[in-house]
Design a protein around this ligand. Structure first.
Ligand code: PGA
Length: 258
């Protein structure tokens, strides 16, 4: 049985005091035993990772990073290595987010290196894929997803054995308030799971958590979770508000208990 992951991608938001008050609001909430099979994750900016680890140490919140260097170490000013993240106790790391692909020209070779480095360090990659609006309207969605999956995943070392999270994030739904309908999202998730089944193996497809991302909110999460192949959300805007984050975790808890 796959867990439900509710992962907040804070992007370049929050100042130090706001990080403190977010965790303050969550006190006594995310340490309850009812969280079995629900994994809340917060991916703050790199500069707050250590602080977030400390603030979440008595809770079940896992801390993730938003990116990682493709290099192991050395003269790469500004980069953060997988080993550095590991040394801070980071559990997850987002890779290939469309904002990195668009604004920083993240390319296939880099993404492969990043995922391999994270896996070597025992950090679970949250690998993002998804079509843009043009590709959606011209009927290329499945072709795009297939290419993104095969270009990257077929080049990951020991892919059969690794723990991976995939985030299906249609670019046109990110930060726009335009969520994919649950049916549309399920269709893409089902395509991804079938691809994993056929191109990697059935047990890999069965165990791999596939998150939906793109304007997820407390209002639409329940309907998304009702879909067979949607195992949670990668959530930007709505994860910044502690009350909304709590509501989304509560939705996941009641969904598992139903
Ligand atoms: P959003 O962002 O929830 O604000 O649309 C999602 C993401 O970019 O991961």
């Amino acid at each position: 049985m796959r867990p439900i992951i509710i992962a907040g991608n804070w992007k370049m938001n929050k100042l130090a005091t706001e990080v403190e008050s977010f965790f303050c609001c969550l006190e006594n909430f995310v340490d309850s035993p009812t969280l079995k099979d629900i994994v809340p994750v917060i991916c703050p900016s790199f500069v707050y990772i250590e602080r977030c680890k400390k603030l979440s140490e008595h809770s079940s919140i896992q801390i993730g990073a938003q990116d990682v260097s493709s290099f192991p170490n050395g003269a790469y000013t500004g980069d953060i290595s997988a080993e550095m993240l590991k040394s801070l106790g980071v559990n997850y790391c987002i890779v290939a987010h469309s904002e990195r692909r668009i604004y920083y020209n993240e390319c296939t070779d880099n993404i492969i290196l990043k995922i391999n480095k994270l896996v070597e360090c025992g950090i679970i990659p949250i690998f993002c894929i998804g079509e843009n609006e043009d590709q959606r309207v011209t009927g290329q969605t499945f072709e795009v997803l297939k290419n993104q999956l095969s270009e990257i995943l077929l080049n990951i070392k020991k892919i059969n054995d690794i723990d991976l999270v995939i985030a299906y994030e249609p670019v046109w739904a990110i930060g726009t308030g335009k969520t994919a309908t649950p049916d549309l999202a399920q269709e893409a998730h089902n395509f991804i799971r079938n691809w994993l089944r056929e191109s990697i193996n059935p047990s890999f497809a069965e165990k791999t958590v596939i998150l939906y991302g793109g304007s997820v909110s407390p209002e639409n999460l329940q309907d998304l979770l009702l879909q067979d192949d949607i195992d949670g959300g990668l959530i930007g805007g709505a994860s910044l508000d502690p009350e909304k984050f709590k509501r989304m975790v509560k939705t996941a808890i009641s969904f598992k208990e139903r």
